[in-house]
Design a protein around this ligand. Structure first.
Ligand code: 6R9
Length: 710
């Protein structure tokens, strides 16, 4: 078994990472202006990690004590694989841990959220202007007391709409402070939140609401993105129509006014109905609600949220996280990975949208629990767009707010590289102390650029490997303790028993490619796939097990290797899931969208390595000839465009194929399975077809596909 056997979906250039030998030692805390590192040496890390694996209950008991519990837990863990119960018997509340406890401890006036809106007008040539822009962006600062008042009001408003403990509230909002407020308000009253990324289409909203049995949605009239208005309310109204057709009743929609100039919004009044759904403006309900609302006492294992993520089948799965374990895990990982300390002048900025797990754990929960101000930015990095192309908004934000920890994705870093070194160079980035990356393997070139041009060779980079399912970081360097290597996420988080194994569950030697597994439960682990036990078991707990005891191990669906220092190198997904610009997408989701178009007979979607996006989406499509004839249509550019916008409409713009290739038929094995590996090679333009093609049903198909290569 060589290093390359798990190549599907792999977004790292294997040769370049295998030859990567650069190593960057940790720097003294004082050189960055930190009072100290939480963990300051590799020896300390190794001793703590060894202890956390030898005595997980002792280790996690101490960590959990950092939270505020209404009732202490009786037992740390009840484990009957794959089911874990953490901190059994304990009662707590997530909003209390993020907000109330800080106010009660006398920190009510400390900043909790610093928010910057997108709109600014580009600078005119006004000579007296010291700003790069004609108008300064809108900035809002919320203290913990503000957050307490706002979440209490929103919680009371939700209660008035009939939301109860255990209900699922869907949230589809732009990156504005009210999004954080809505999430925390749900947690406050014990309702689970299901946040849907604002880039998703009406079909995606309706699918998720049905799956979650959710009857209340919180949204906004729109949001700003790259100078345009994203029509959130219009999408919700369309979704409500789809839901009605399914017989799913949404009782209430709570709508924040963010943009104000939408026609649909102008026409809406509180109390209006869309079908059976009663519409409410946020300013009519939340603003008028009482600001006193007690925190619900939640069981440690009560559901905190659902977050839908793509899988290898067409339907997204609702990843279920519970309260005590998730909170314990994210407060610890946020603190250790970024060296968070309250009252130390830190400002933490994670540029991810809250619609993804990174935003849940490291824009909100993990950062607020550590009482460090969290920065939220509403819009795009290239607004306003600069004359030469690209944008420097992120660097101006870092300078303006003296950001100390910055966390973003490799795809963004590669985009910044393309826009040019002069953009970050023009800004004061001296406040930065720790840089983070997440979402996909980072190529060494991007890592080095981040290190030199953003970190100015001073700041450690934490390459944090984790998933929606893991709740928080599972493999990452700790910035004061672990020497980094560009492209490697280095060593496991405390309490995480991570390994690279073969199919038989045997640990592999240095630089042997295998499967990434976790052998012991950890508090941030998912507790289920909502309403689908079978998918939970088969997706995560069926492929790998302890060869001695037969106990199932967690399988992340990623291929990985460890080097001679035990460092992990994640090589990418081994299933039919791809990362496109850092967003997880099931190829089946895109295929289902394509075949729902009347012209399409069959579709196969694969990822192709892409310089900026990590993966680009390539769709092979065979068309219905009778439909083409009947409608006088042809496999041409026009149809390509139509199919592309059809996918955007069905799933969301993030799922748009970058390439559509028409084919007479798709290559299949005798058992009828589409030969994706082969299509991947064809799409990537690999010269020699690596897969044994003797099982192909129709050889001519391969030749045709290869002829069609652009
Ligand atoms: C947090 C998040 C999970 C998948 C995961 C893996 C990839 C994430 C990575 C990484 C290499 C890293 N991934 N971080 N691969 N190095 N630092 O992204 O969650 O959207 O659920 O995606 O992302 O393939 O399996 P999610």
């Amino acid at each position: 078994m060589g290093a390359g056997w798990y190549t599907p979906g792999m977004s790292q250039n294997i040769e370049s990472v295998l030859n990567e030998t650069r190593k960057f030692p940790p720097v003294p805390a004082a050189s960055l202006g930190f009072a100290r590192w939480h963990i300051g040496s590799e020896e300390e890390y190794r001793a703590l990690h060894a202890r956390s694996i030898a005595d997980p209950e002792g280790f996690w008991r101490e960590e959990a004590k950092r939270l505020a519990w209404f009732r202490p837990f009786d037992r740390v863990l009840e484990w009957s694989a794959p089911d874990a119960k953490w901190f059994v018997g304990g009662k707590l509340n997530a909003c209390y841990n993020c907000v109330d406890r800080h106010v009660q401890a006398g920190f009510g006036e400390c900043e909790a959220i610093i928010w910057e809106g997108e709109p600014v007008s580009p600078r005119t040539n006004h000579p007296s202007s010291t700003s790069r822009y004609a108008s300064e962006p809108e900035i809002r600062r919320l203290t913990y007391r503000d957050l307490l008042v706002q979440t209490s009001k929103a919680a009371n408003a939700l209660k008035a709409l009939g939301v109860k403990k255990g209900d699922v509230v869907t949230i589809y909002m732009p990156m504005v402070p009210e999004l954080a407020v809505a999430i925390l308000a749900c947690a406050r009253i014990g309702a689970a939140h299901s946040v849907i990324f604002g880039g998703f289409a009406p079909t995606a909203i309706s699918e998720r609401m049905i799956d979650a049995g959710s009857r209340v949605i919180v949204t906004a009239d729109g949001g700003y993105r790259r100078g345009e208005v994203v029509p959130l309310l219009r999408n919700v109204e369309e979704a409500l129509g789809l839901l009605r057709n399914h017989g799913h009743v949404v009782e209430h929609a709570l709508v924040l006014r963010r943009v104000g100039h939408e026609v649909a919004a102008g026409a809406m009044k509180t109390g209006d109905k869309r079908g059976e759904t009663v519409m409410h403006w946020w300013h009519d309900t939340v603003d008028r609600a009482s600001d006193a609302c007690p925190c619900a006492e939640m069981d440690s294992e009560d559901m905190l949220f659902l977050l839908y993520t793509s899988g290898s089948t067409g339907k997204p799965k609702g990843i279920l996280h519970t309260t005590g374990g998730y909170l314990t895990f994210v407060q610890m990982t946020a603190r250790l990975s970024f060296n968070l300390m309250p009252d130390a002048g830190q400002v933490f900025w994670c540029s991810a949208d809250i619609g993804w797990v990174t935003g849940h754990s490291y824009v909100l929960y993990g950062i607020l629990m550590n009482r460090v101000p969290t920065l939220m930015y509403e819009g795009a990095p290239n607004f306003p767009a600069l004359p030469g192309g690209g944008g420097d908004r992120f660097w101006s934000i870092i300078a303006r707010h003296r950001v100390t920890q910055f966390y973003t994705a490799p795809t963004a870093i590669r985009t910044f590289m393309k826009w040019g070194d002069h953009l970050p160079a023009a800004h004061d980035l001296s406040s930065l102390k720790v840089l983070g990356t997440v979402g996909e393997p980072i190529n060494p070139e991007a890592w080095i650029w981040y290190h030199e041009h953003i970190g100015r060779k001073r700041c450690p980079i934490v390459d944090t490997y984790w998933q929606t399912e893991t709740g928080g970081h599972i493999v990452t360097p700790l910035p004061g303790a672990i020497a980094t290597k560009p492209g490697s996420c280095t060593l496991p988080m405390l309490g995480v028993d991570a390994v690279v194994v073969n199919e038989a569950g045997q640990e592999l030697g240095p630089n042997q490619g295998g499967l990434f597994a976790i052998r012991k439960p950890w508090p941030g682990m998912l507790r289920g796939v909502y309403g689908n036990r079978e998918r939970f078991v088969s997706n995560y707990w069926s492929r790998l097990k302890d060869p001695k005891t037969g106990e199932p191990w967690y399988f992340s669906a990623d291929g990985a290797r460890r080097d001679e220092d035990g460092y992990f190198w994640v090589m990418g997904r081994v299933d039919d899931v791809i990362k496109v610009s850092g967003h997880l997408l099931g190829t089946m989701e895109v295929e289902s969208a394509l075949v729902s178009h009347p012209a399409v007979a069959e579709a196969a979607v694969v990822g192709v390595p892409h310089e900026i996006k990590g993966n680009a989406i390539c769709a092979f499509v065979s068309l219905k000839t009778h439909w083409l004839k009947a409608n006088n249509r042809h496999p041409d550019e026009l149809l390509r465009k139509e199919l592309t916008s059809h996918v955007a409409k069905e799933v969301g713009a993030l799922a748009k194929p970058d390439q559509i290739r028409f084919a007479d038929g798709l290559p299949k094995t005798r058992s009828g399975k589409i030969m994706r590996r082969l299509l991947r090679d064809v799409a990537a333009g690999v010269e020699k077809i690596t897969q044994d093609t003797t099982t192909l049903e129709d050889f001519s198909v391969v030749a045709k596909l290869r002829e069609n290569e652009e």
